[in-house]
Design a protein. Structure first.
Length: 56
């Protein structure tokens, strides 16, 4: 599941004209990915956060 979050992060970080909320979402996910130790619940919340910020 963490791999899927990494792929979504890689795709969205190059989105043009990001809003402030989208930048915050990407920063939060980047922090989570760098930690390398995230529970399934945290990863799920990060997915939802990115999807809400980017409307996906």
């Amino acid at each position: 599941m963490l791999d899927m979050l990494q792929k979504l992060y890689q795709e969205l970080r190059f989105a043009p004209s990001k809003t402030l909320e989208q930048c915050y979402a990407l920063n939060e996910v980047a922090y989570l990915l760098r930690s390398g130790k995230a529970s399934a619940g945290l990863v799920r919340m990060a997915f939802e956060y990115l999807q809400a910020a980017f409307g996906k």
